[in-house]
Design a protein around this ligand. Sequence first.
Ligand code: TYM
Length: 333
Amino acid sequence: MGNKKTILSGIQATGNLTLGNYLGAIKNWIKMQDEYDCYYMIADLHSLTVRNDPEVLRKRALQVLAIYVAAGLDPDKNTIFLQSHVDAHVKLNWILNCYTYMGELNRMTQFKDKSAKHADNINSGLFTYPVLMAADILVYNADLVPVGEDQRQHLEITRDIAERFNSIYGETFVIPEAFIGEQGARIMGLQDPTAKMSKSATNLNDVIFLNDNPEDIRKKLKKAVTDSENCVHYDKENKPGVSNLMTIYGLLEEKTMQEIEKEFVGKGYGDFKSAVAEAIVKKLQPLQQKYCELLENPKELKTIYEKGAKKAADRADPIVKDVYQKVGLIVNE
Ligand code: TYM
Protein backbone atom coordinates (compact mmCIF):
# COMPACT_ATOMS: atom_id res chain seq x y z
CA MET A 1 0.00 0.00 0.00
CA GLY A 2 2.97 2.33 -0.60
CA ASN A 3 3.56 5.05 1.94
CA LYS A 4 -0.01 5.36 3.07
CA LYS A 5 -0.53 5.50 6.81
CA THR A 6 -2.57 2.72 8.36
CA ILE A 7 -5.91 3.09 10.07
CA LEU A 8 -7.79 0.59 12.17
CA SER A 9 -11.13 0.92 13.89
CA GLY A 10 -14.20 -1.12 14.71
CA ILE A 11 -17.64 -1.28 16.25
CA GLN A 12 -19.08 -3.95 18.48
CA ALA A 13 -21.86 -6.14 17.17
CA THR A 14 -24.05 -5.72 20.22
CA GLY A 15 -27.28 -3.82 19.57
CA ASN A 16 -28.36 -1.62 16.70
CA LEU A 17 -25.94 1.08 15.65
CA THR A 18 -26.81 4.63 16.60
CA LEU A 19 -26.41 8.10 15.17
CA GLY A 20 -23.61 8.45 17.75
CA ASN A 21 -21.69 5.58 16.13
CA TYR A 22 -22.22 7.19 12.74
CA LEU A 23 -21.26 10.76 13.63
CA GLY A 24 -18.51 9.83 16.11
CA ALA A 25 -16.84 7.12 14.05
CA ILE A 26 -18.15 5.96 10.65
CA LYS A 27 -18.53 9.45 9.15
CA ASN A 28 -14.83 10.10 9.75
CA TRP A 29 -13.85 6.71 8.33
CA ILE A 30 -15.50 7.51 5.04
CA LYS A 31 -13.43 10.65 4.65
CA MET A 32 -10.25 8.67 5.26
CA GLN A 33 -10.64 5.87 2.76
CA ASP A 34 -8.74 7.47 -0.10
CA GLU A 35 -5.84 8.76 1.89
CA TYR A 36 -5.07 5.83 4.19
CA ASP A 37 -4.70 2.06 4.18
CA CYS A 38 -7.83 1.29 6.20
CA TYR A 39 -8.83 -1.74 8.25
CA TYR A 40 -12.37 -1.68 9.60
CA MET A 41 -13.55 -4.63 11.62
CA ILE A 42 -16.71 -5.77 13.29
CA ALA A 43 -15.66 -6.36 16.90
CA ASP A 44 -17.61 -9.58 17.36
CA LEU A 45 -15.20 -11.01 19.95
CA HIS A 46 -15.61 -7.93 22.10
CA SER A 47 -19.37 -8.48 21.90
CA LEU A 48 -18.97 -11.70 23.89
CA THR A 49 -18.20 -9.77 27.07
CA VAL A 50 -21.98 -9.53 27.52
CA ARG A 51 -24.46 -12.38 27.05
CA ASN A 52 -25.92 -12.74 23.57
CA ASP A 53 -28.31 -15.00 21.77
CA PRO A 54 -25.87 -16.73 19.35
CA GLU A 55 -28.19 -16.40 16.35
CA VAL A 56 -28.83 -12.74 17.09
CA LEU A 57 -25.12 -12.05 17.42
CA ARG A 58 -24.40 -13.63 14.02
CA LYS A 59 -27.17 -11.53 12.50
CA ARG A 60 -25.92 -8.37 14.15
CA ALA A 61 -22.38 -8.90 12.89
CA LEU A 62 -23.68 -8.98 9.31
CA GLN A 63 -25.87 -5.96 9.98
CA VAL A 64 -22.85 -3.96 11.15
CA LEU A 65 -20.97 -5.02 8.04
CA ALA A 66 -23.94 -3.94 5.89
CA ILE A 67 -24.04 -0.56 7.68
CA TYR A 68 -20.35 0.02 6.99
CA VAL A 69 -20.85 -0.50 3.28
CA ALA A 70 -24.21 1.26 3.10
CA ALA A 71 -22.73 4.29 4.86
CA GLY A 72 -20.13 4.58 2.12
CA LEU A 73 -17.11 2.42 2.96
CA ASP A 74 -15.97 0.98 -0.34
CA PRO A 75 -14.99 -2.70 0.12
CA ASP A 76 -12.47 -2.38 -2.70
CA LYS A 77 -10.66 0.48 -0.99
CA ASN A 78 -10.94 -0.69 2.63
CA THR A 79 -10.23 -3.98 4.32
CA ILE A 80 -13.53 -4.85 6.00
CA PHE A 81 -13.63 -7.99 8.14
CA LEU A 82 -14.86 -9.75 11.25
CA GLN A 83 -12.46 -9.67 14.19
CA SER A 84 -13.05 -13.38 14.92
CA HIS A 85 -11.88 -14.32 11.41
CA VAL A 86 -8.34 -13.12 11.95
CA ASP A 87 -6.60 -15.33 14.53
CA ALA A 88 -3.73 -12.90 14.91
CA HIS A 89 -5.90 -10.72 17.18
CA VAL A 90 -6.34 -13.40 19.84
CA LYS A 91 -2.74 -14.54 19.56
CA LEU A 92 -1.43 -11.06 20.20
CA ASN A 93 -4.08 -10.54 22.85
CA TRP A 94 -2.60 -13.31 24.98
CA ILE A 95 0.92 -11.97 24.67
CA LEU A 96 -0.17 -8.42 25.52
CA ASN A 97 -2.13 -9.68 28.54
CA CYS A 98 1.24 -10.65 29.98
CA TYR A 99 2.48 -7.07 29.54
CA THR A 100 -0.54 -5.30 31.01
CA TYR A 101 -0.98 -4.62 34.72
CA MET A 102 -4.13 -5.24 36.73
CA GLY A 103 -3.76 -1.76 38.17
CA GLU A 104 -3.93 -0.22 34.67
CA LEU A 105 -7.07 -2.17 33.79
CA ASN A 106 -8.63 -1.26 37.12
CA ARG A 107 -8.53 2.40 36.13
CA MET A 108 -10.64 1.94 32.99
CA THR A 109 -13.86 3.91 33.38
CA GLN A 110 -15.70 1.77 30.81
CA PHE A 111 -14.99 -1.32 32.91
CA LYS A 112 -16.45 0.42 35.94
CA ASP A 113 -19.54 1.55 33.97
CA LYS A 114 -20.08 -1.81 32.33
CA SER A 115 -19.62 -3.78 35.55
CA ALA A 116 -22.25 -1.59 37.16
CA LYS A 117 -24.61 -2.28 34.22
CA HIS A 118 -23.95 -6.03 34.17
CA ALA A 119 -23.46 -6.69 37.87
CA ASP A 120 -24.48 -10.35 37.43
CA ASN A 121 -21.82 -11.00 34.79
CA ILE A 122 -18.56 -9.23 35.62
CA ASN A 123 -16.40 -11.66 33.66
CA SER A 124 -12.67 -11.41 33.13
CA GLY A 125 -13.26 -10.66 29.43
CA LEU A 126 -14.93 -7.43 30.45
CA PHE A 127 -11.86 -6.64 32.55
CA THR A 128 -9.27 -7.45 29.88
CA TYR A 129 -11.36 -5.96 27.06
CA PRO A 130 -8.89 -3.08 26.47
CA VAL A 131 -6.05 -5.58 25.93
CA LEU A 132 -7.91 -7.21 23.04
CA MET A 133 -8.55 -3.74 21.71
CA ALA A 134 -4.81 -2.98 21.98
CA ALA A 135 -4.12 -6.21 20.06
CA ASP A 136 -6.64 -5.19 17.36
CA ILE A 137 -4.73 -1.98 16.79
CA LEU A 138 -1.12 -3.08 17.27
CA VAL A 139 -1.43 -6.21 15.14
CA TYR A 140 -1.72 -3.93 12.09
CA ASN A 141 0.80 -1.39 13.33
CA ALA A 142 -1.96 1.17 12.88
CA ASP A 143 -0.88 4.81 12.94
CA LEU A 144 -4.33 6.27 13.54
CA VAL A 145 -7.48 5.04 15.25
CA PRO A 146 -10.61 7.07 14.47
CA VAL A 147 -13.01 6.72 17.42
CA GLY A 148 -15.37 8.72 19.60
CA GLU A 149 -14.29 10.38 22.83
CA ASP A 150 -15.40 7.41 24.99
CA GLN A 151 -12.55 5.30 23.56
CA ARG A 152 -9.78 7.76 24.42
CA GLN A 153 -8.74 5.94 27.59
CA HIS A 154 -8.49 2.65 25.68
CA LEU A 155 -6.20 4.31 23.18
CA GLU A 156 -4.02 5.58 25.99
CA ILE A 157 -3.58 2.13 27.50
CA THR A 158 -2.82 0.76 24.01
CA ARG A 159 -0.01 3.27 23.68
CA ASP A 160 1.30 2.41 27.14
CA ILE A 161 1.34 -1.32 26.37
CA ALA A 162 3.06 -0.73 23.02
CA GLU A 163 5.68 1.54 24.55
CA ARG A 164 6.34 -0.98 27.33
CA PHE A 165 6.81 -3.80 24.83
CA ASN A 166 9.08 -1.68 22.63
CA SER A 167 11.20 -0.65 25.56
CA ILE A 168 11.82 -4.31 26.49
CA TYR A 169 12.23 -5.83 23.01
CA GLY A 170 13.18 -2.89 20.78
CA GLU A 171 11.05 -1.16 18.10
CA THR A 172 8.20 -3.55 17.39
CA PHE A 173 4.94 -1.64 17.44
CA VAL A 174 3.99 1.67 15.93
CA ILE A 175 2.61 3.89 18.71
CA PRO A 176 -0.91 4.64 17.51
CA GLU A 177 -2.76 7.92 17.85
CA ALA A 178 -6.43 8.44 18.48
CA PHE A 179 -8.23 10.41 15.80
CA ILE A 180 -11.17 12.05 17.54
CA GLY A 181 -13.25 14.57 15.57
CA GLU A 182 -13.63 18.04 17.05
CA GLN A 183 -17.39 17.89 16.65
CA GLY A 184 -19.42 14.75 17.19
CA ALA A 185 -16.89 12.95 19.35
CA ARG A 186 -19.60 12.62 21.96
CA ILE A 187 -23.19 12.70 20.72
CA MET A 188 -25.46 12.87 23.73
CA GLY A 189 -28.82 11.26 24.44
CA LEU A 190 -31.97 13.08 23.31
CA GLN A 191 -33.70 12.54 26.64
CA ASP A 192 -30.63 12.90 28.84
CA PRO A 193 -28.21 15.22 27.04
CA THR A 194 -25.70 14.90 29.87
CA ALA A 195 -25.00 11.22 29.02
CA LYS A 196 -23.72 9.78 25.75
CA MET A 197 -26.17 8.35 23.21
CA SER A 198 -25.77 4.61 23.63
CA LYS A 199 -26.91 1.44 21.84
CA SER A 200 -27.85 -0.06 25.17
CA ALA A 201 -30.08 2.79 26.38
CA THR A 202 -33.26 1.60 28.08
CA ASN A 203 -35.28 4.64 27.00
CA LEU A 204 -35.59 4.26 23.22
CA ASN A 205 -36.49 7.95 22.85
CA ASP A 206 -32.96 8.76 23.98
CA VAL A 207 -31.40 7.23 20.86
CA ILE A 208 -31.66 7.56 17.09
CA PHE A 209 -30.88 4.16 15.61
CA LEU A 210 -29.52 4.05 12.09
CA ASN A 211 -32.46 1.86 11.10
CA ASP A 212 -35.18 4.07 12.64
CA ASN A 213 -37.95 4.99 10.21
CA PRO A 214 -38.67 8.68 9.41
CA GLU A 215 -41.79 8.72 11.55
CA ASP A 216 -39.90 7.51 14.64
CA ILE A 217 -37.09 9.96 13.99
CA ARG A 218 -39.57 12.87 13.85
CA LYS A 219 -41.31 11.68 17.01
CA LYS A 220 -38.03 11.28 18.91
CA LEU A 221 -36.91 14.75 17.87
CA LYS A 222 -40.20 16.29 18.97
CA LYS A 223 -39.71 14.74 22.39
CA ALA A 224 -36.02 15.70 22.65
CA VAL A 225 -35.21 17.56 25.87
CA THR A 226 -34.30 21.23 25.38
CA ASP A 227 -34.78 24.14 27.81
CA SER A 228 -37.24 26.96 28.41
CA GLU A 229 -35.37 29.71 26.51
CA ASN A 230 -36.72 28.90 23.05
CA CYS A 231 -33.54 30.35 21.53
CA VAL A 232 -31.18 28.32 19.31
CA HIS A 233 -27.84 29.15 20.86
CA TYR A 234 -24.77 26.96 21.46
CA ASP A 235 -23.90 26.67 25.14
CA LYS A 236 -22.89 23.14 26.06
CA GLU A 237 -22.93 23.75 29.79
CA ASN A 238 -26.22 25.59 30.23
CA LYS A 239 -28.09 24.33 27.18
CA PRO A 240 -26.87 20.74 26.71
CA GLY A 241 -29.98 19.55 24.85
CA VAL A 242 -30.04 22.33 22.25
CA SER A 243 -26.24 22.24 21.87
CA ASN A 244 -26.35 18.51 21.18
CA LEU A 245 -29.04 18.96 18.53
CA MET A 246 -26.98 21.76 17.00
CA THR A 247 -23.95 19.49 16.87
CA ILE A 248 -25.98 16.78 15.11
CA TYR A 249 -27.45 19.28 12.67
CA GLY A 250 -24.08 20.92 12.04
CA LEU A 251 -22.38 17.61 11.24
CA LEU A 252 -25.15 16.45 8.93
CA GLU A 253 -25.53 19.76 7.09
CA GLU A 254 -21.86 20.80 7.34
CA LYS A 255 -22.70 24.04 9.11
CA THR A 256 -20.93 25.82 11.93
CA MET A 257 -22.66 26.63 15.21
CA GLN A 258 -22.71 30.34 14.24
CA GLU A 259 -24.36 29.56 10.92
CA ILE A 260 -27.02 27.52 12.70
CA GLU A 261 -27.67 30.25 15.25
CA LYS A 262 -28.13 32.71 12.37
CA GLU A 263 -30.42 30.37 10.48
CA PHE A 264 -32.79 30.09 13.44
CA VAL A 265 -32.85 33.67 14.67
CA GLY A 266 -36.45 34.52 15.58
CA LYS A 267 -37.54 30.89 15.18
CA GLY A 268 -38.48 28.60 18.06
CA TYR A 269 -37.47 25.09 19.03
CA GLY A 270 -40.36 23.58 17.07
CA ASP A 271 -38.89 24.77 13.75
CA PHE A 272 -35.38 23.87 14.83
CA LYS A 273 -36.28 20.34 15.91
CA SER A 274 -38.11 19.61 12.69
CA ALA A 275 -35.11 20.86 10.69
CA VAL A 276 -32.85 18.50 12.66
CA ALA A 277 -35.29 15.63 12.12
CA GLU A 278 -35.38 16.26 8.37
CA ALA A 279 -31.59 16.44 8.18
CA ILE A 280 -31.37 13.03 9.89
CA VAL A 281 -34.05 11.51 7.66
CA LYS A 282 -32.30 12.87 4.55
CA LYS A 283 -29.01 11.29 5.60
CA LEU A 284 -30.43 7.96 6.77
CA GLN A 285 -32.91 7.18 4.00
CA PRO A 286 -30.37 6.34 1.27
CA LEU A 287 -28.21 4.54 3.83
CA GLN A 288 -31.16 2.40 4.91
CA GLN A 289 -32.10 1.58 1.35
CA LYS A 290 -28.61 0.35 0.54
CA TYR A 291 -28.48 -1.47 3.89
CA CYS A 292 -31.68 -3.43 3.10
CA GLU A 293 -30.41 -4.33 -0.37
CA LEU A 294 -27.18 -5.65 1.10
CA LEU A 295 -28.93 -7.73 3.75
CA GLU A 296 -30.95 -9.34 1.00
CA ASN A 297 -27.72 -10.38 -0.64
CA PRO A 298 -25.78 -12.42 1.95
CA LYS A 299 -23.47 -13.74 -0.80
CA GLU A 300 -22.13 -10.26 -1.42
CA LEU A 301 -21.56 -9.74 2.31
CA LYS A 302 -19.74 -13.06 2.51
CA THR A 303 -17.47 -12.12 -0.39
CA ILE A 304 -16.62 -8.86 1.37
CA TYR A 305 -15.75 -10.42 4.72
CA GLU A 306 -13.84 -13.35 3.22
CA LYS A 307 -11.68 -11.07 1.11
CA GLY A 308 -11.27 -8.73 4.10
CA ALA A 309 -10.16 -11.51 6.46
CA LYS A 310 -7.55 -12.71 3.99
CA LYS A 311 -6.09 -9.25 3.46
CA ALA A 312 -6.15 -8.54 7.19
CA ALA A 313 -4.40 -11.82 8.02
CA ASP A 314 -1.72 -11.17 5.38
CA ARG A 315 -0.88 -7.97 7.17
CA ALA A 316 -1.23 -9.19 10.77
CA ASP A 317 0.39 -12.64 10.68
CA PRO A 318 4.00 -11.47 10.13
CA ILE A 319 3.60 -8.97 12.96
CA VAL A 320 2.51 -11.74 15.35
CA LYS A 321 5.44 -13.89 14.20
CA ASP A 322 7.84 -11.09 14.96
CA VAL A 323 6.33 -10.74 18.44
CA TYR A 324 6.45 -14.52 19.08
CA GLN A 325 10.09 -14.52 18.09
CA LYS A 326 10.92 -11.57 20.31
CA VAL A 327 9.26 -12.94 23.45
CA GLY A 328 11.07 -16.27 23.09
CA LEU A 329 8.61 -18.65 21.44
CA ILE A 330 9.76 -21.08 18.76
CA VAL A 331 8.09 -19.83 15.60
CA ASN A 332 6.49 -22.62 13.61
CA GLU A 333 7.13 -21.51 10.01
P1 TYM B 1 -18.47 0.86 20.33
O1 TYM B 1 -19.01 -0.30 19.57
O2 TYM B 1 -19.02 1.14 21.68
O3 TYM B 1 -18.61 2.18 19.48
C1 TYM B 1 -18.13 2.25 18.14
C2 TYM B 1 -17.63 3.65 17.83
O4 TYM B 1 -18.66 4.61 17.97
C3 TYM B 1 -18.24 5.65 18.85
N1 TYM B 1 -19.40 6.13 19.61
C4 TYM B 1 -19.76 7.41 19.72
N2 TYM B 1 -19.23 8.53 19.20
C5 TYM B 1 -19.85 9.69 19.47
N3 TYM B 1 -20.97 9.79 20.25
C6 TYM B 1 -21.53 8.69 20.77
N4 TYM B 1 -22.63 8.79 21.49
C7 TYM B 1 -20.92 7.42 20.52
N5 TYM B 1 -21.23 6.16 20.87
C8 TYM B 1 -20.28 5.37 20.31
C9 TYM B 1 -17.20 4.99 19.75
O5 TYM B 1 -16.34 5.93 20.33
C10 TYM B 1 -16.51 4.08 18.78
O6 TYM B 1 -15.54 4.79 18.03
N6 TYM B 1 -14.14 -0.90 22.00
C11 TYM B 1 -14.80 -0.38 20.84
C12 TYM B 1 -14.75 -1.28 19.64
C13 TYM B 1 -13.36 -1.69 19.29
C14 TYM B 1 -12.37 -0.86 18.68
C15 TYM B 1 -11.22 -1.67 18.56
C16 TYM B 1 -12.36 0.46 18.27
C17 TYM B 1 -12.82 -2.90 19.49
N7 TYM B 1 -11.51 -2.91 19.06
C18 TYM B 1 -10.03 -1.18 18.03
C19 TYM B 1 -11.16 0.96 17.71
C20 TYM B 1 -10.03 0.16 17.62
C21 TYM B 1 -16.27 -0.14 21.18
O7 TYM B 1 -16.82 -0.79 22.02
O8 TYM B 1 -16.90 0.76 20.41
